[in-house]
Design a protein around this ligand. Structure first.
Ligand SMILES: Nc1ncnc2c1ncn2[C@@H]1O[C@H](COP(=O)(O)OP(=O)(O)O)[C@@H](O)[C@H]1O
Ligand SMILES: [Mg+2]
Length: 313
């Protein structure tokens, strides 16, 4: 892990609000995907966002990052209301990764991170295209910073590999490196360990702690409860678009409503295709007995796009 340069290093616990979402509601036609959600992330914090599939977590992220214009409510970053334009939100200081990995598949690892830097480089598009005098210097600096981030995320040795040739877990890391390249004050991670094996998940945990230690606040969506409760200072649980509970890991873990929201799915991990198949197989064979109470599933019909490996155990 190498040194990273950041201009805002805040010791953990000195909470000034970085993100404040106030009364955020998102409707799609008749469906209210997010309902009147209030959430604050303070400097130095790692905050978790959990909830069953279809609860509105990704939609909420999209409202925070300007991809969606919330039907109601406002989102502020460091006290300023954000515009509804994703590049302006990035410029303000919020970076994100996506539930479905979004990389430039045919660009190299290094190029993917360089793309993430463009909101921060002073050299404009034309200077870059025309290779003006300022460009070479800016390019060298950008590349140095990008390499620093690749070292930080453990991808330096892969700098010249095409993104599409990386194993799944490294693609997720690369998305984080690219997000960090915009020099954010807040990083939003949407299911960063989906499809990872247990070692990769632990490495991601360490990476998120290291990011927080660099002075970047983190808001993370994840189904892996062990990951969430190890990592987060505070956890909010969304159910059917509403914030049901918010508190420390102990408070949220002990809340019956949270347990109920996950009823029928294994509490420790996301409901995965393998588990659904297992349940279905068990049900198909249980012809001689009445189905037990746990044959109902609390998950909605939508399956998240977990990776090729299914759920980490
Ligand atoms: N662009 C959209 N148009 C219509 N409905 C949407 C759209 N995006 C999400 N939804 C719906 O909003 C609800 C919440 O989805 P999502 O935010 O993806 O949940 P989560 O990330 O918690 O699994 C779901 O019912 C989903 O089908
Ligand atoms: Mg989602």
């Amino acid at each position: 892990m190498t040194h990273m340069t950041t201009d805002t290093v805040t010791p953990a616990g000195t909470g000034t609000p970085v993100l404040h979402a106030s009364g955020v509601t998102m409707r799609f036609g008749g469906l209210t995907a997010v309902r009147n959600v209030e959430l604050t992330v303070n400097s130095g914090e790692i905050v978790g966002l959990i909830g069953p599939n279809g609860a509105g977590k990704t939609t909420f992220f999209n409202c925070l990052t300007g991809l969606y214009i919330p039907t109601e409510g406002t989102v502020s970053y460091k006290g300023k209301v954000l515009p509804h334009r994703s590049h302006l939100v990035t410029q303000a200081g919020i970076a994100r990764t996506f539930q479905n990995i979004r990389l430039f598949a045919n660009m190299t690892v290094l190029e993917n991170v360089l793309v993430g830097r463009h909101t921060r480089t002073k050299e404009g598009l034309w200077s870059a295209l025309l290779r003006g005098p300022g460009f070479k210097k800016a390019e060298r600096e950008s590349e140095a910073r990008a390499m620093e981030l690749l070292e930080f995320t453990g991808l330096a040795a892969k700098r010249d590999h095409l993104a599409r040739n990386l194993p799944y877990g490294e693609q997720r890391k690369l998305e984080i490196a690219r997000a960090l390249a915009s020099e954010p004050g807040l990083l939003l991670l949407d299911e960063p360990t989906a499809g990872m094996n247990p070692q990769e998940t632990r490495a991601t945990e360490e990476l998120v702690f290291a990011i927080r230690d660099q002075g970047i606040a983190v808001l993370v969506i994840e189904h892996d409860m062990r990951f969430i409760f190890n990592l987060c200072d505070r956890v909010a649980c969304l159910v059917q678009g509403e914030k049901l509970v918010e508190g420390t890991a102990e408070v949220v873990q002990g809340d019956e409503r949270v347990v109920a929201a996950y009823l029928g799915t294994p509490f420790e991990d996301a409901p995965g295709a393998e588990e659904v198949a297992e349940v279905e197989a068990a049900e198909a064979h249980a012809t001689d007995r009445a189905p037990g109470p746990d044959s109902t599933t609390g998950a909605t019909g939508t399956t998240s796009t977990t990776g090729p490996e299914g759920d980490p155990k």
